[in-house]
Design a protein around this ligand. Structure first.
Ligand code: SDX
Length: 424
């Protein structure tokens, strides 16, 4: 390990340099304050590494994304979502026996405690399914004690992966006033979710393979993305030794924001608005470049990807295939393509390295699958769940781990005496 030198207030300090397995270089400031009294300042953490992690690697300049070393382009087309869950959470691809045991465990734990159905009675039909998901995941923890052993923790991980899809599907059924469809043990994770979403008691519903393949791809592409806002939230909450369920509930809330996972819903609402406004996408491009408009091109830009987002590339291809296989022609896809083509030639976007991100095309596919817009971010959460769990496990198994507690630079009033009412 080499060293860096910091010259501060006429003193020189040596700070260790850490280099990751992909050549990323970091200045280790663990002892900076103890040595110099100074801290680093990095609002939004754009230049700050919060941890060392072995789960996901992203190279934003080259558009590289790998889960445990496997390129997303290979994983997205060759794996099942259950395999990716296993890979992210346990670190290696499962062999056939490990996979079948894991898949059967997931199937067996999809049921919610019957009493949990009562929770749904309290939600208004207008309740956003992300709010339901976050609160219900927190509520699940009241049925299962905090894990004391690795075995208990692993069972809670299985419960969380399995039951979250049931909660999501039940929240959809609640919103349309239909009866809940119970999970089935003979279906895969993705088939089960689609069956719980779209089956109705009066008919037999066979999950169309094209929907199952599309959902599998979408969930895999969302499965992890290193230290994004919601994953960092899960690590932050978990660092206080809060339970896995409580930490994931917090991650769901962070994901719901429109600048993060909530963007996929906002993209469709934006495209719909452009369509209703006569399809004049250039008008909205101009608004996106005018700061005073307050309008942002949702689904564009990324803190890390300063070139293409490999997931957006895969989703753009998939959008064509899925819509064709479903026989769906969506005018919003044409608007999305026109926006992308225009932005890629526009100096404002080129200079700021703003490209379509994972949220730009995902909503087009969800729509073609008849997933309602308000459920888009819920599907993002279902996809991201194994990533959150993997990071929570990695953080909690760090022998040097400690509660996350950033510092600040205080810019408020200096000391002053209290003023009683009659002197104010
Ligand atoms: C996700 O971190 C992850 O990995 C996230 C994610 C994951 O898998 O977990 O990839 C998922 O959250 C994808 C991002 C979804 N959000 C959106 O699509 C919302 C629209 N995008 C932006 O709000 C924005 O690009 C962010 C939030 C994604 C990134 O914000 P940054 O890194 O803080 O960038 P910024 O706001 O500082 O923007 C830099 C410049 C600014 O202009 P200047 O001040 O330099 O003149 O680019 C402009 C911004 O105004 N800009 C945009 C824009 N995004 C940035 N201008 C118009 N439209 C946009 N979408």
């Amino acid at each position: 390990m080499s060293n860096s030198k910091l010259d501060l207030n006429g003193q020189e300090y040596e700070l260790p340099v850490i280099v990751g397995t992909e050549g990323e270089t970091a200045v280790d400031v663990l002892k900076l304050r103890a040595k110099s009294g100074a801290i680093t300042f990095d609002p939004g953490y754009g230049n700050t590494g919060s941890c060392a992690s072995a789960i996901t690697f992203i190279d934003g300049e080259k558009g590289i994304l790998r889960y445990r070393g496997y390129p997303i382009e290979q994983v997205a087309t060759a794996a099942s979502f259950a395999e990716v869950c296993y890979l992210l959470v346990y670190g290696e691809l499962p062999n056939r026996a490990e996979y079948e045991e894991f898949r059967d465990l997931l199937a067996r734990h999809t049921l919610l405690h019957e009493d949990m159905k009562k929770f749904f009675e309290g939600y208004s039909t207008m309740a956003h399914p992300m709010a339901i998901l976050s609160s219900m995941v927190g509520a699940v923890s009241t049925y299962y004690p905090s894990a004391e052993s690795d075995e208990d923790l692993n069972l809670n991980i299985i419960r969380l992966l399995a039951k979250t899809s049931t909660i999501a599907a039940f929240s959809y059924k609640k919103s349309i006033g239909q009866p809940f469809v119970y999970p089935r043990n003979d279906l895969s994770y993705t088939e089960n979710f689609l069956h719980m979403m779209f089956a109705v008691p009066a008919e037999t519903y066979e999950v169309p393979p094209v929907l199952d393949r599309a959902l599998n791809l979408l969930l895999i592409l969302h499965a992890d993305h290193e230290q994004n806002c919601s994953t960092s939230t899960v690590r932050m909450v978990g660092s206080s030794e809060a339970s896995l369920f409580a930490s994931i509930s917090a991650g769901i809330s962070a994901l719901s924001g429109p600048l993060h996972g909530g963007a996929n819903q906002k993209v469709i609402e934006m495209l719909e608005k452009i369509r209703q406004d006569g399809g004049d996408y250039q008008k909205y491009m101009d608004m996106a470049k005018d700061k005073s408009s307050g309008f942002r091109l949702m689904g564009f830009g990324h803190r890390v990807y300063k070139n293409f987002d490999p997931r957006a590339t895969l989703l753009k291809e998939a959008a064509d295939e899925v819509l064709e296989q479903l026989g769906v022609a969506d005018p919003l896809l044409d608007i999305a393509r026109n926006l992308e083509d225009t932005a890629l030639k526009d100096d404002y976007f080129v200079e700021r390295k703003l490209y379509p991100n994972v949220d730009f095309y995902s909503g087009i596919i969800y729509r073609a699958m008849s997933i309602p817009t308000e459920m888009f971010t819920v599907l993002f959460a279902l996809g991201r769940l194994p990533g959150w769990i993997a990071h929570w496990k990695e953080m909690r198994s760090d022998p040097d781990g400690r509660i996350h507690r950033p510092r600040q630079v205080y810019v408020g009033e200096t000391e002053r005496d209290f003023v009683p009412f009659d002197k104010r």
